[in-house]
Design a protein around this ligand. Structure first.
Ligand SMILES: [Zn+2]
Length: 147
């Protein structure tokens, strides 16, 4: 049960965690007890109801999964640079092709030029003998910001 509310250092509510998770945060001293159950303890701590982060975190970064996948986002992440030849890219390649179950995810897609995309076709990079020059990653918010 997610019983404990985590609040930011400025007391802004963030999310709920289990008691066990909250206790781990207390042990690691990343959080302090803000409000506790009266007369109940868990280990050496009062039973927390609300824990407060010791340091302020920018919530977008710390607690969200990151930006949603988009074609435009992939091109921005990869700086419009083809993952196979390094040339200017205008298309998105699915590393595991969609026809074979590859999905629209950050890790399964990469910017590619039209030529490489056509050449690779419905093959994996290994099958096509076209190694990736870089491993696609989940971008943080910063990677997509301001471009
Ligand atoms: Zn290319």
């Amino acid at each position: 049960m997610d019983a404990v509310l985590v609040v930011n250092a400025d007391l802004g509510p963030l999310h709920r965690v289990t008691v066990q998770h909250a206790v781990r945060m207390l042990c690691r001293r990343v959080a302090e007890i803000h409000e506790a159950e009266p007369d109940r303890v868990i280990g050496v701590f009062p039973m927390p109801r609300v824990v407060r982060l010791v340091r302020y975190v920018v919530t977008r970064w710390r607690f969200s999964a990151g930006p949603a996948w988009s074609r435009a986002g992939v091109l921005r992440r990869d700086e419009r640079c083809c993952a196979y030849c390094g040339g200017p890219a205008s298309t998105i390649d699915h590393i595991l092709p969609r026809s074979r179950g590859g999905r629209n995810t950050w890790r399964n897609t990469t910017a590619a030029c039209y030529g490489c995309n056509q050449r690779k076709g419905d093959r994996t990079p290994a099958e096509a003998g076209m190694p990736l020059r870089r491993v696609p990653v989940n971008p943080g918010w910063t990677a997509l910001a301001g471009r």
